[in-house]
Design a protein around this ligand. Structure first.
Ligand SMILES: [Zn+2]
Length: 109
């Protein structure tokens, strides 16, 4: 099975990115969630795979400021906090679909 390719990437909404895949699926990723998933070497230790950046520290109002294709395997996303070093492979994006807010982690305030 080959990894689906994005047919279109919509970045007109700064709060998220909408991707239409060759599989027919359409997925939306909020900028906040994408930032929390950032796989770059500043966010994840390359040797240990331990995430050094706390997704909970991402402000809810964080915006994406652009996305561009990298080769034919990934998407580079820039954020309003100035972070733009993450390259999200299509496989990684497909493996991390947007989760419903606070699913399974609901806690009393
Ligand atoms: Zn990063």
């Amino acid at each position: 099975m080959t990894t689906p390719q994005p047919l279109s990437i919509k970045t007109s909404d700064p709060t998220g990115i909408l991707i239409r895949w060759s599989s027919g699926e359409t997925t939306r990723f909020s900028a906040q969630r994408l930032r929390g998933l950032c796989p770059c070497a500043r966010c994840v230790n390359e040797l240990t795979g331990v995430r050094m950046h706390d997704p909970k520290s991402v402000p809810a109002q964080l915006q994406q400021t652009g996305a561009r294709l990298v080769g034919n395997y990934g998407l580079a996303v820039a954020f309003s906090d100035g972070h733009d070093t993450g390259i999200y492979s299509f496989r990684y994006l497909l493996d991390h679909p947007e989760q419903p807010e606070a699913a399974g982690t609901a806690q009393a305030p």
